[in-house]
Design a protein around this ligand. Structure first.
Ligand code: KIV
Ligand code: ZN
Length: 493
């Protein structure tokens, strides 16, 4: 089975999303790096800018096939060819409702256009995908005629779009089986998520004989989106045992990249890539997972496989086993009585609705166990940030590190990025930012920002810490300082 990614085309049709030129190139490189077979880079006929972007992606010389979308018009195909794509994806509406109300063509005219446009593409390009738009609401006998016409004219793959996401897995299985039996051409499937069935329909199509799936990162796309790449790939690999060619370890990083560029945050409960996908809070679950991860995880899919991490979360359901394990990792061994008091405090804080971070746990444990921490190793003295529409965001930080004054300046992609890099630069040890999350606690432009940060030290240990302020730059700086102080204290143990 091969993966055709349409994040840059259908994904960009998500209301409110518009990727910048540089971001599109970076997304294309990342898609190729994760082993996507084909990238739908855009719709060249839609604008000069789109033509140039698709051309620039073609010029990257990626391992993936670069595809451009075209209506069934020669000028659209020419725009794809001008962008130097490897594959042209032509589509035409075939359902009655779309035929009558959009292109206003008879069934016979659609058949003629299909044959002509596919032949035109094949005269100029080796690879032609043909889509019967709204295939799932098209009369099946007629749909077969359309697909046969496309295949006879030279289509190298035919695509079955569930354009408005109305199909069920049972209906999909029936349709794909019939097309496979009656049309001599590889089948691709493109499912929308209007009823939340896009991934289920996609994997069922593969079960029924489709050899390629159209997906997007984070399920972006028109309306409720398209089938999600990570979910589709992991279901095929882990449940069906089918190879997809995708570098699964890069799924989480890819999802985060697209979330950053699209501005669409990943819900914590999103399968595979969400923050909670491998987090365990309840005492029973954490206890089980400490003994054997497969007790409360699929087992056939581990966090390592997808580039995620397992986390024992500190909340009101936390149990003694999880807390003991987390403290052991930082070389703290509370007595049974101390452990009870630590767990009690965590539950008390979380019942009030506050998230307890690793830094909070460490502080609670030290207080309960009467450990003298000798104060904070890093104390920020001054922070200056410069940002604007014509300057490169730059931050300078002055801080006391173990009582000695250090000053460090850094540029970044934005003021927060510059500040975090400047603070990390204060230390001689190498620290990596693993997670950054910001929430507005109240509404309005003066909202309090609550920032949670996770950092990884040289030994691969990850710790999180948080801070709140009505200035998000200061909240970010404070959260980073809290995380680094936590790391520093752990090193001392
Ligand atoms: O949803 C759809 O039908 C499409 C086509 C262009 C394949 O996006
Ligand atoms: Zn679509």
């Amino acid at each position: 089975m091969t993966v055709f990614d349409t994040t840059l085309r259908d994904g960009e049709q998500t209301p409110g999303i518009s990727f910048k030129f540089e971001q599109k190139l970076e997304i294309a490189r990342q898609l190729s790096a994760i082993g996507v077979h084909a990238i739908e880079a855009g719709f060249p006929a839609s604008s000069q800018g789109e033509r140039e972007t698709v051309g620039a992606i073609s010029a990257l010389g990626l391992d993936s096939v670069v595809c451009g979308l075209a209506r069934s018009r020669k000028e659209d195909v020419d725009a794809c060819l001008d962008s130097d794509v490897d594959m042209v994806h032509v589509f035409i509406p075939t359902s009655e409702v779309q035929r009558v109300h959009t292109i206003k063509k008879s069934p016979e005219e659609v058949l003629d256009i299909t044959g002509e446009i596919v032949a035109y593409v094949r005269d100029h390009c080796d690879l032609c995908m043909f889509s019967a738009m709204d295939a799932t609401r098209t009369d099946h006998d007629y749909l077969i005629q359309v697909f046969r016409t496309a295949a006879d004219a030279g289509a190298t793959i035919i695509n079955v779009p569930d354009t408005v996401g109305v199909y069920t897995p049972t209906a999909m299985k029936h349709l794909i089986t019939r097309i496979g039996d009656e049309v001599d051409c590889p089948i691709d499937v493109h499912c929308h998520n209007d009823f939340g069935l896009a991934v289920a329909n996609t994997v069922t199509a593969v079960e029924a004989g489709a050899s390629q799936v159209q997906v997007t990162i984070n399920g972006l796309g028109e309306r409720a989106g398209n089938a999600d790449l990570a979910q589709t790939v992991m279901i095929m690999e882990s449940i069906y045992g089918v190879k997809t060619g995708i570098v699964k370890e890069k799924l989480v990083e890819t999802s985060r990249l697209i979330s950053r560029f699209s501005g669409i945050t990943i819900p914590p409960i999103q399968p595979i890539v969400g923050d909670n996908a491998f987090s365990h809070e309840s005492g029973i679950h954490s206890h089980g997972v400490i003994a054997c991860a497969a007790t409360f995880e699929p087992g056939i899919m581990t966090p390592e496989m997808v580039g995620h991490r397992r986390k024992l979360a500190l909340g009101k359901h936390v149990g003694r086993h999880a807390v003991r394990q987390m403290l052991q990792e930082v070389h703290l061994s509370p007595s049974d009585g101390e452990l009870d008091r630590i767990v009690e405090k965590i539950k008390f804080i979380s019942v009030k609705g506050k998230r307890v971070t690793d830094a909070d746990l460490f502080e609670i444990a030290e207080t309960v166990m009467g450990i003298e921490n000798g104060g904070r190793a890093i104390e920020m003295e001054d922070l200056a940030v410069m940002t604007g529409n014509h300057v490169i965001p730059t931050a300078s930080v002055k801080a006391l590190v173990n009582g000695k004054e250090h000053v460090y300046s850094c540029t970044g992609n934005g003021p927060v990025d510059a500040v975090l890099k400047a603070i990390m630069g204060l230390l001689s040890t190498k620290v990596q930012l693993k997670d950054f999350n910001i929430e507005a606690i109240s509404g309005g432009s003066d909202a309090i920002g609550h920032v949670t940060i996770a950092v990884e030290d040289e030994h691969g240990r990850i710790f999180d810490a948080s801070a709140s302020s009505d200035d998000v730059v200061l909240a970010s700086a404070e959260a980073m300082i809290n995380a680094l102080n936590m790391l520093h204290r752990v090193e001392k143990q």
